[in-house]
Design a protein around this ligand. Sequence first.
Ligand SMILES: Cc1ncc(C[n+]2csc(CCOP(=O)(O)OP(=O)(O)O)c2C)c(N)n1
Ligand SMILES: [Mg+2]
Length: 209
Amino acid sequence: MKIKITKRELINFEKKILKLFEKAKIPYPVHFSGGNENQLIEIFKEIKRGDYIFSTHRSHYHYLLAGGSPNDLEKKILDGKSMHVFDKKLNFFTSSIVSGCPSIAAGVAYALKKKKSKKKVWCFVGDGAEDEGHFYEAVKYVDGWDLPCTFIIEDNNLSVETPKEARYGKSEIKWPKCVRRYYYKRTYPHVGTGKWVDFSGVKVGGPSF
Ligand SMILES: Cc1ncc(C[n+]2csc(CCOP(=O)(O)OP(=O)(O)O)c2C)c(N)n1
Ligand SMILES: [Mg+2]
């Protein structure tokens, strides 16, 4: 689709929301996007109007790139809906359940194929969702039935504050072609206090052998 918002506008939107959050105007959890503007702009050029988009707890950039209005999004965020952005007109859905969307995305893709629709499904997940059995099941179903659905792993090497190596050692799964991945270094900490929490002294995850 033709992208109507620039990288700078995306960044400025999040900065504006961050200011509101820090002034305690948003007494709800907010997850800020940042550091992945270029990758997302490229991906959204491939997405067509009318395609179905499934997002995550971190949905602001996805919504704006899908053509959502910044003013509407700001209202939703001020109303506590940052993690529940939904817009039927844009076929835009989120779930803040980690890996909550992949099986729904697979079901929508199944329906689209059955109806011989040309529309596609795009399902964004974090690398934390990649750890979940739900993700595996949805990928297997989409791959097996060759459904029009692409999963995009947004890999910042962190599930909240825990890197992959601390979660499951060195495993790297080779996913089928319906799964893509982009890497990025996030701009903000997991939950938007705007301030980084120093976890360097905390021992995290995993069995000790
Ligand atoms: C089923 C489920 N388990 C745990 C959580 C708590 N939780 C919220 S976001 C998150 C991290 C998931 O990692 P990732 O998708 O990579 O997101 P990131 O930390 O990079 O924003 C977790 C564990 C949740 N929302 N849903
Ligand atoms: Mg992550």
